[in-house]
Write a protein that binds this ligand. Structure first.
Ligand code: MG
Length: 255
């Protein structure tokens, strides 16, 4: 799962996170399943005013030391939040948008368009699977057709192999994307630059793709918060779901 090597996996029951952030904290937040509920059609997600206001207030409180770290395209999340000055790592940490407006975006793999076309053509014949095209990847969502998980994964594995792309499994989805980078490398890159450099990172996320982010937070003296049911994780704490995350963040803001 983590190409950087083995890490300690916590096996005891995870406690709730502390009610306040560390001194000089920075905050890294996953989007889907952390700030917004997972839904059947990912393109139909709606960010509530509550979330928008909360992110803006936290960003101000932390003097800009806040970034969203998501599998989605960064521009989509930027538009949903309607906020400048928030860092965003999109496409599983490969597209980095720094708070000052500068960006670091790798080239799109030459083979991606063909793989995406093959997936779109085959998916069109299977009711309930959705294709999400991104700048650096293509995702096949089967949340509305869970019986097609095996088919979806086999197709993605075959295309990853034939097109030299990275296979990225997620919750009820599988994605082909450009090789290199993950949420851990994204967190580390933010921590290399102002205003994140020298801060204590706290990372929240729900999916397996968030585990490298938890590991990066721990490696820099901070901690991760797993969102959702207990599982083997590199996070130190756990919150039950999106509503618990929002309540905890609002508490942190009031602390
Ligand atoms: Mg998530």
């Amino acid at each position: 799962m983590d190409p950087q090597g083995p890490h300690v996996v916590v096996e005891r029951a995870l406690e709730l996170p502390p009610s306040h952030l560390p001194e000089q904290a920075s905050l890294f937040l996953d989007f889907d399943g952390t700030l917004v509920d997972l839904i059947d059609r990912p393109d139909a997600v709606q960010v509530t005013d509550r979330v928008r206001a909360l992110i803006a207030a936290l960003c101000t409180r932390l003097d800009g030391r806040l970034a969203i770290v998501t599998g989605r395209e960064a521009a989509f999340v930027r538009a949903q939040l309607g906020l400048k000055g928030v860092g965003i790592a999109g496409s599983h940490g490969q597209e980095i948008h720094f708070p000052d407006g500068t960006t670091s975006i790798p080239e799109t793999p030459a083979t991606l368009a063909d793989a995406a076309n093959v997936i779109a053509r085959l998916a069109a014949a299977h009711e309930g699977v959705l294709v999400e095209r991104k700048p650096l990847g293509v995702a096949l969502h089967y949340r509305m057709a869970p019986q097609l998980e095996g088919w979806s994964r086999a197709l993605a594995e075959e295309l990853a192999e034939s097109h030299g792309l990275h296979l990225q499994p997620g919750k009820m989805m599988v994605e082909l994307r450009a090789p290199g980078g993950d949420k851990g490398s994204a967190v580390a890159r933010f921590l290399d630059t102002p205003p994140f450099a020298g801060t204590v990172p706290v990372m929240l996320g729900d999916d397996l793709t968030d585990e490298p982010g938890f590991a990066a937070a721990a490696a820099h003296g901070g901690w991760g918060v797993l969102v959702g049911p207990e599982r083997p994780t590199e996070a130190l704490y756990r919150l039950e779901g999106v509503q618990h995350v929002l309540a905890w963040l609002e508490g942190v803001l009031d602390a």
